[in-house]
Design a protein around this ligand. Structure first.
Ligand code: MF3
Ligand code: CO
Ligand code: CO
Length: 269
C-alpha cells in the first residue's frame, strides 16, 4: 500500500509531516509498545529467544499489522534480541536464556503504512546490581535526549545531552549505530547520533519523526559485527544496553509514539 507522501522535505532530506500524520504514528507506536509489554511475562531462564520472536510475530499478525524487519535487507525475524554483550541486531535463536541474562527486544511494526519502532531491556531471572545500573543509565539517557527535542534545538543538542549524561556515569555511548528518521519508511534521514556538540546538525522542526535509541556499554564503546553480518557485540565483551522510542516533534516539544500503555519500562517493575 504505497500512499503518496504529503508535506515537504528539508534541505537535509528530512521529511516534515503534517499534523494529521501523528495519528498514524501513534497507532503504530502503540502496537509496538503493547507487544513489548506483553512479551515481558515470557522472559525467564530456559526460554529461547527464537520462542520470544515467534510470540512477537504471532502478536503482530493477530493485530492485522506487518513486521517491518521480516524481509528487511534479508533479515528474517520479527524482532532483534540482543543478549548481554550483544549491542544490537541480535538474531533470535535456540540458545536458552540463563539466570541473570539481560536482553534488549527491538520490535518494528507497520500499521496502515506507518512504522512504529521501539526497544526495551528485560532480564531472565535475577537482575544484578551492575546490570541494573547500566539499564537505568541507558533509559535515563534516552529520556534526557528526548527532553532536548523541541523546535529550534538541533540534533547535536540531543546527542550531546545523551553523551554527557552517559559519560558522567563512566559508561560509553556506542558511536557505530544511530537512530533514524521514520514515518512511512523505516530508515530515512537524518542519522540521529547519540553523541555530539550543542548547536550542530539539522535544526528540529515540527513534523519531524525519528527514533532515539542509545546503546550504552559498561566498558569501551567499540563494537564488531559477527560473521552472520548482523549481530553487533562489544569488542571488550562488556555488557551493553539499549532503549528506543519513536517520537515526533510538535510546535512546543515532542510526542512519544511508543510509550508503554502499561507504564512499563524497567525489567523488574
Ligand atoms: N529496529 C531496528 C532499529 O531500531 C532495526 C532492525 S533492522 C533488522 O532501527 F533488520 F535488523 F531487523
Ligand atoms: Co530504530
Ligand atoms: Co528498533
Amino acid at each position: 500500500m504505497n500512499q503518496p507522501h504529503t508535506g515537504r522535505q528539508t534541505k537535509d532530506g528530512i521529511r516534515i509531516h503534517e499534523s494529521s500524520d501523528f495519528a498514524g504514528m501513534h497507532a503504530a507506536g502503540k502496537l509496538a509498545a503493547t507487544i513489548l509489554d506483553e512479551i515481558a511475562e515470557h522472559v525467564f531462564p530456559g526460554q529461547t529467544t527464537a520462542e520470544l520472536d515467534r510470540l512477537i510475530e504471532e502478536k503482530v499478525t493477530a493485530a492485522g499489522a506487518k513486521s517491518a524487519t521480516i524481509g528487511y535487507k534479508g533479515y528474517a525475524h520479527a524482532s532483534c534480541i540482543s543478549v548481554n554483550h550483544v549491542v544490537c541486531h541480535g538474531i533470535p535463536g535456540e540458545k536458552k536464556l540463563k539466570d541473570g541474562d539481560i536482553l534488549n527486544i527491538d520490535v518494528t511494526v507497520i500499521v496502515d503504512g506507518w512504522y512504529g519502532d521501539t526497544s526495551r531491556m528485560y532480564v531472565a531471572g535475577k537482575l544484578s546490581r551492575k546490570a541494573e545500573r547500566l539499564i537505568n543509565v541507558t533509559h535515563d539517557s534516552l529520556m534526557i535526549g528526548i527532553e532536548a527535542v523541541k523546535p529550534g534545538n538541533t540534533f547535536g543538542d540531543i546527542g550531546h545531552a545523551i553523551q554527557t549524561f552517559v559519560e558522567g556515569h563512566r559508561m560509553s555511548v556506542v558511536t557505530d549505530f544511530c537512530g533514524h528518521g521514520l514515518g512511512r519508511v523505516f530508515h530515512s534521514p537524518p542519522n540521529v547520533l547519540h553523541y555530539g556538540r550543542p548547536g550542530t546538525g539539522a535544526v528540529l522542526e515540527p513534523g519531524m519523526f525519528f527514533t532515539i535509541e542509545p546503546m550504552v556499554n559498561l566498558g569501551r564503546a567499540e563494537t564488531k559485527t559477527l560473521a552472520d553480518d548482523w549481530t553487533a557485540v562489544t569488542r571488550d565483551k562488556s555488557l551493553s544496553a539499549q532503549f528506543e522510542h519513536s517520537i515526533g516533534v510538535t510546535e512546543d516539544g515532542y510526542e512519544i509514539f511508543t510509550l508503554s500503555p502499561a507504564g512499563k519500562f524497567h525489567p523488574t517493575y
